[in-house]
Design a protein around this ligand. Sequence first.
Ligand code: ADP
Ligand code: MG
Length: 622
Amino acid sequence: MNTKEIRGFQSETKQILNIMINSLYSNKEIFLRELISNASDAIDKLKFLILSKPELYKYNNDFCIMISFNKQDRSITIDDNGIGMSYNEVINNLGTIAKSGTKEFIKLKELENNKLNNSNLVGHFGVGFYSSFIVANKVVVHTKSFNDVNGVLWESDGKDKYTIDYLDKPNHGTKVILYLKDNEEEFLDYWRLKNIVNKYSDHIQLPIKLQHYDNKNNNIWKQVNQAKAIWTRNKIDIKDNEYIEFYKHITGDHNNPLYWQHSFIEGKQEYTILLYIPSKFIYNPWRNEQKSGLKLYVKRIFIMDNVNSFLPNYLRFIKGIIDSNDLPLNVSREILQENKIINKIKSSITKKVLIMLEKLAKNDEDKYKIFWKQFGLILKEGIAEDFKNKKLLSNLLRFSHTNSSDQYDYMSLNMYVNCMKQEQDKIYYIIASSYDSAKYSPHIEILKKNNIIVLLLFDTVDEWMMNYINDFNGKKFHLSSKEDDLINKYADAENRIIHLTDPVESSNNLIYRVKNYLGDKVADVKFTKKLVTSPVVLVNEDNSVTTQMAKLLKNTGQSVPKIKYVLLINYKHSLINKMSCVKEDNEFNKWVELLFGQALLMESNYLDNPGIFIKVINQLLI
Ligand code: ADP
Ligand code: MG
């Protein structure tokens, strides 16, 4: 019976392979790392199965990965006795590349068209099985699922199709045979292969055996790795490079991690953690899953992936492993979720991570800055969610501020408090929709003029976060659009300098005319002494929804009533002076339209009707 089937890859496979092969070519040896990593995963999966259902398993195997090469047919073989794959699993796992589908692929292509550096591009995610085609022009897979009768044969040249067939295979597991392209003979060499294994895969917990020929041309197998879980080794014996390769193995991220922490915790609960901060948010367009959580081991045995119970949600960017000496081997996700011991471990790990971040911030400002740019937004959630660690968390916060023209020249709250002026007793901040609109907010003019540093907040979560933090080291936070004694003092002083005569008499008329035109578009119109260079500004009525909060609500799909602002007018401003001299109402209203429009733009970056605004500007300019 002929069971051989020819099947096509998804249409985008060929292009993806092309991008990948070209971009990784300078680092082509990583194909071996990827295949060893898959073999090790497959053995881990089987070991775990046996653990929970020993009756399923009738073999008596030493688990290991065996690598051999053949100079005659120019092939390299990676053989494992892991879980193997069934016919359908082969189709699903090896027949589809870019499981995440066309959307991400289009993004990839756009990047490619923009001639961005492809190696960076590929550097963002694991490449996996298909990296074989960097060095091979034909890949053959023999596999047998551990509880199947039939083996499966898969074969492809990595172009647009593959063939699949049944096969007699005595043992379970997977054998991947690469037929090398011309000019790739360098890999048909014991030392070259050993070198690659040591470089990338020393941390693999299973013996990796390499075929070797002795003097008499006898075939012998030599174990070339340490086969010891990296986290069980003594810290001082582990090289940075080993930590880094282990990180890449467990995350599929091809960037180096930013920082890591390896500790053994003794006491009532004994466990080891090896935790990493990635240098970039790991987003993997080849695979459509957003994973978070730690890999859980119990007494060195892999139990499960992506366990979220050991870290709070706001630390979901942390990667790594936890190996417990006390949890039962048959621990389930359900048990993990509602277990007192787990909660204790969680709070201790949380604290450890926060202290690790504090250490990073102290010892390496540049790295911490990279961290903050990537993950600050997520960490901020902690202020609202983790009351217990608020102090630690608020030490970790960083802000753009008015004392620097560089958005990324961050300031900590500690720094802020140390830079406070003598007469200042509050931490001033402003919330806006972007860095620039915060920086140029009219609300902070008077503070800037008096050399009071203002923290600039413009992340979507900022206003929400600020609801949960009232003070830092005894200093209260103050939103700069609200008045307070110091702001009023500065405002009064400002007015004395320019010897302004009391505006009340003539200007009440001004207020009346402005209100008359704007009608119910505003809640009120008032004079302010607070502005320095801007003629007008909008403020919220007390207790009304703020602009940023309205945006946040809108983004989450909730309906928000139109905000009515109070329009504050800077009566010392020459534009206002000029406007108050305009007697003719029609002409006067154009001024009001102009000023109200610019105040709205400043506040929300948005106008309901830009057409009218522009028309009025043009008319006034003429
Ligand atoms: P990843 O390892 O990130 O899932 P790969 O492209 O490396 O992606 O592998 C795709 C899938 O193919 C794996 O998830 C696994 O299910 C399957 N696979 C690959 N190699 C093996 C193997 N040696 N044994 C069993 N399954 C394998
Ligand atoms: Mg893989």
